[in-house]
Design a protein around this ligand. Structure first.
Ligand code: HEM
Length: 421
């Protein structure tokens, strides 16, 4: 265990029980008193015995002690992370958590000495939610919760943690969801304030729609706004897609979240749309790196997970991953979060480059990880992220996307032309 954990423990104990408490904890843990340094690792056994001794001295159950220790040490971790250049000034609790395994804890790995960072996997599902799988053999999940809550307190953010499975209750992992529980930020949007800002600075807004399963993304301007509605100017393609969908999604340059609005009226001759009933979306809009396509006909898919096979249909697909719908299955539960999976499917591409692929109906087999699972009306919806694709697989998915895109844009142009006649 890294020296900073021992130093944090010492500071925590002495701030509660005064000078001398640390020496007592060391004695009770049968450890020779020694100065710990923040650049070394020490045996885990010593730390576990110390946690127990500290809990006895502060007279709290071990889990509560660890949680309070986590809360106490979070500000120190934050300043250490900032001084090491691992944490940027503007990041808040969920931003840090999102990067914990990929950018922060990995900085402490040392392959020559065999030090590997604790197995804590996080994934940002929404602007206000991070999914966590805690698999560290040290079973320090209360410490984890304490650090998260301490970060929230530091940034004055209301953080809520839900724990669905716990290692301490003999589950194979801890499955936690960390929420930014801020109704003012996540539920309430002041339309006048937000649109006044983009209108007065003549800032462009990005509008997101889907047409024939393909994203239609364009920039537009705000012409007028009132507490109930906003009049925007945007190109004919987006207007046609908005009219067909009845809703649109917007990314305002200054808002971390996206907005969803009902399209009350579209005027192709004026090039305007009247938008109403704005609500914040679950996540940021426009940060997706690769576009998703919704298949225009059912695409069956087989999923191999833990040597079992389940079958369903592709809900949407990109070069980054896919979403699958399947009948509710007892084989699927929260313990599978982040588990490695394999998917097999055939894309109904019309003219895949046969020099690269044997035939258009060749089965594609891709590996990835299960990121998220929710259950609705007897159906499971799974989100899967792909491992880096081979050149051929990336080419196949790109070809499928471009073919669907061409068909969708031909339809969209025809629709716009017929409206303008
Ligand atoms: C939301 C923020 C964070 C959470 C929830 C968190 C959580 C944890 C937990 C639970 C452990 C115990 C390891 C285990 O269970 O095996 C740990 C260890 C550690 N953390 Fe963090 N941490 C956070 C941020 C940071 C930051 C900002 C830094 C430093 C810049 C940091 C550095 C470390 C180090 C060095 C260890 C010891 C690793 C080892 O001994 O193998 N953590 N962290």
């Amino acid at each position: 265990m890294h020296g900073i954990i021992f130093l944090a423990m010492e500071d925590f104990l002495e701030s509660r029980c005064g000078a001398g408490a640390w020496s007592r904890a060391m004695r009770e843990a049968n450890l020779v008193e020694q100065p710990f340094t923040p650049d070394r690792f020490y045996p885990d056994e010593g730390a576990i015995d110390l946690f127990a001794a500290v809990a006895r001295i502060v007279q709290l159950p071990l889990t509560e002690t660890l949680q309070q220790l986590g809360h106490h040490m979070s500000a120190g971790l934050l300043s250490m992370g900032r001084s090491m250049g691992l944490i940027q000034e503007e990041w808040r609790t969920l931003d840090i958590l999102e990067r914990l395994s990929t950018e922060i804890l990995t900085a402490f790995a040392n392959h020559s000495t065999g030090v590997i960072p604790p197995d804590i996997r996080t994934y940002r599902l929404k602007y206000g939610e991070v999914a966590v799988a805690y698999l560290s053999g040290r079973k320090l999940c209360p410490l984890f919760k304490g650090i998260v809550l301490g970060m929230g307190a530091f940034f004055n953010e209301p953080i809520r943690i839900e724990e669905r499975l716990c290692l301490l209750e003999n589950a194979p992992l801890c499955r936690l969801s960390v929420y930014l529980d801020d109704p003012a930020l996540t539920k309430h949007i002041n339309i006048v304030r937000e649109f006044q800002m983009v209108h007065s600075r003549i800032l462009e807004i990005r509008f997101f729609n889907t047409f024939s399963g393909i994203p239609v993304v364009n920039k537009g301007l705000v012409l007028k706004y009132s507490p109930d509605s906003v009049l925007v100017q945007i190109c004919s393609e987006s207007l046609a897609a908005m009219a067909e969908e009845g809703v649109t999604y917007l990314a305002l340059p200054h808002l971390p979240q996206g907005l969803r609005a009902v399209v009350a009226a579209v005027d192709q001759t004026q090039g305007t749309a009247l938008l109403q009933e704005f609500v914040p979306t679950d996540g940021a809009m426009g940060r997706r790196l690769v576009p998703r396509v919704i298949p225009n006909q059912p695409v069956a898919i087989e999923l191999r997970i833990n040597r079992q096979t389940v079958r369903g249909w592709i809900a949407n697909l990109s070069e980054g991953g896919l979403c699958i719908i399947l009948p509710r299955s007892p084989l699927l539960d929260e313990t599978l979060l982040f588990a490695p999976i394999q998917v097999r499917f055939s894309l109904p591409a019309q003219k895949v480059d046969t020099a690269v692929h044997d035939a258009p109906t060749t089965k594609t087999v891709l590996a990835g990880n299960l990121l998220h699972m929710d259950e609705q009306e007897e159906r499971h919806r799974l989100r899967i992220v792909f491992k880096p694709l081979t050149v051929n697989d990336a080419h196949l998915l790109r070809t499928y996307y471009h073919e669907r895109e061409q068909i969708a844009y031909r339809r969209l142009s025809a629709l716009v032309a017929s409206i303008k006649k």
